[in-house]
Design a protein around this ligand. Structure first.
Ligand code: B12
Length: 211
């Protein structure tokens, strides 16, 4: 791995909020692309944090400080990842499902959708099925996008699909889902219309669902 990218990777793993700002800014001014920083340093850095947690070396506080460093870096990358002058492509209601506080992946999906010209209503994390229903009614969005990082909260994706059906909105919206434990076959199983394994493919799926 390139030295600068490795330093940013280390910044995420160590949760060093000050160093990561400097390192990202330096890499950007040296001409490293925002996409390389994201895909080669930040995302692998969070995967390493997950591995350390799994092995009992890291606990929730360490995960939290790494998440904070990742968010700091993402805020610096945001203007570079969002292209200018993009045409309005569609409207999306997005959130992390009820019981789940993981929002880094969801924020990335939001960023990439906005960058591709989608109007995004971001409901945040721990979003109840009722809140999705309410947001679809308010915005008339064509797509509902849900994120889940816990196997225990994936079931709330199904609960949201059911809530949209019961509210008579299911045939008015397309539903897409994602998050580390989510799969294409799970999407089919719960009656969602689309699945993507990462934020850039989320854009491609949203485009297909809107066309
Ligand atoms: C950071 C982190 C936290 C932080 C979250 C901070 C935040 N603001 O997000 C904190 C400390 C709060 C946390 C808490 C917990 N966590 Co946690 N966490 C993580 C960690 C290390 C990284 C997650 C992350 O941000 N990844 C980086 C992003 C970019 O990736 P991503 O989320 O997968 O998103 C990408 C794709 O999935 C996709 N995507 C995501 N959303 C969507 C949506 C759509 C529509 C689409 C199309 C695509 C898409 O695109 C994204 C970008 O490419 C993971 C480990 C891991 N490897 O995932 C554990 C992990 C998810 N956590 C775990 C656990 C167990 C917990 C806790 C239960 C721990 C505890 N004992 O309290 C709590 C639960 C709290 C709660 N109620 O939610 C487990 C889950 C195990 C499981 N199978 O359910 C993991 C896998 C760690 C592990 N290896 O054991 N966590």
């Amino acid at each position: 791995m390139d030295e600068k990218l490795k330093a940013i990777f280390d910044g995420v793993v160590e949760g060093d909020n000050v160093a990561i700002q400097q390192r990202v800014q330096e890499a950007l001014s040296d001409g490293t692309s925002a996409a390389s920083i994201l895909n080669e340093s930040l995302i692998p850095g969070m995967s390493e944090v997950g591995r350390l947690f799994e092995e009992g070396e890291y606990f929730v506080p360490e995960m939290l400080i790494s998440a904070r460093a990742m968010k700091t870096a993402m805020a610096l990358l945001k203007p570079h990842l969002i292209q200018e002058d993009v045409k309005f492509t569609g409207s999306v209601v997005l959130g992390t499902v009820k019981g789940d506080l993981h929002d880094i992946g969801k924020n990335l999906v939001s960023l990439m959708l906005e960058g591709a010209g989608f109007q995004v209503k971001d409901l945040g994390s721990d979003v109840t099925p009722e809140k999705y229903v309410e947001a679809v009614r308010e915005t008339g969005a064509g797509v509902v996008a849900m994120s889940a990082l816990l196997t225990t909260t994936m079931t709330n994706m199904k609960a949201t699909v059911t809530a949209l059906e019961e509210a008579g909105l299911r045939d008015k919206v397309k539903i897409m889902i994602g998050g580390a434990p989510v799969t294409e076959s799970f999407a089919k199983q719960i009656g969602a219309d689309g699945y993507a394994p990462d934020a850039s493919r989320a854009v491609a799926v949203a485009r297909t669902l809107c066309s």
